[in-house]
Write a protein that binds this ligand. Structure first.
Ligand code: E4P
Length: 217
């Protein structure tokens, strides 16, 4: 499973990259605003800065909600850097734009996906990634992980190439459950990645090993 980090914070992206297990980055307008990155030119510069830190795919979201606007913005984003994947919302014109980009060989991430029907449409339009938001479904007492499982079944039934990018991941159990189901990618905060290495028996075992070593020294 690929690990993406879901942030626009450059320090956290650097830290995840330094771990050696990072495969990409997802951002969205809210994550940019959280870092104080506002205004079109600053946002574009920030995407390039992120691409210069990581080796993998970096999702950059269009703001337009009409087909022509999404095409114009998406083409400009794709030209920014070869690692950019154009992030497009799951709306009617978004599906048309995904099909347009797919035909032109421009990679896309279909975002704000909350049902398997939406995921089926995104795959048929040729999306590179589909982003089901599992945490936000959990927030409204709906089973986000079940959505990942449903999409996995549908994509496997028809051998769709679209990769399932489990988004809105909140914690390590989401990461593990997505891995068990067979999600191709997960995107979450740095804590959801670093949390995987924690176990109290590792800590106590290491403490004991070091104490025993020091007895003879
Ligand atoms: C995905 O690409 C989104 O940026 C993200 O995962 C949304 O997560 P949130 O529900 O924690 O805002």
């Amino acid at each position: 499973m690929k690990f993406f980090i879901d942030t626009a914070n450059l320090d956290q992206i650097r830290e995840a990259q330094a771990l050696g297990v990072l495969d990409g980055v997802t951002t969205n307008p809210s994550l940019m605003a959280k870092e104080g990155i506002t205004g079109k030119q600053n946002i574009l510069k920030h995407y390039v800065a992120i691409c210069n830190i990581v080796d993998g795919d970096v999702s950059a979201e269009v703001i337009a909600t009409d087909f022509d606007g999404m095409v114009k913005e998406g083409e400009a984003l794709a030209k920014l850097h070869p690692q950019i994947v154009v992030k497009i919302p799951m709306i009617q014109d978004g599906i048309k734009a995904i099909k347009y980009f797919s035909d032109k060989g421009i990679r896309t991430n279909c975002t704000l996906v909350f049902s398997s029907g939406q995921a089926l449409l995104a795959a048929k339009a040729g999306a590179t990634y589909v982003s089901p938001f599992i945490g936000r479904l959990d927030d409204i007492s709906t089973d986000g992980l079940n959505l990942i499982a449903e999409i996995r079944t549908i994509y496997d039934n028809y051998a769709f190439d679209t990769q399932i990018l489990a988004a809105s991941v909140r914690h390590t159990m989401h990461v593990l459950d997505c891995a068990k189901i067979g999600s191709d990618v997960m995107t979450g905060p740095l804590s959801s990645i670093v949390g995987l290495l924690k176990h109290p028996l590792t800590d106590s075992g290491l403490k004991q090993f070091l104490a025993d070593y020091n007895k003879g020294n």
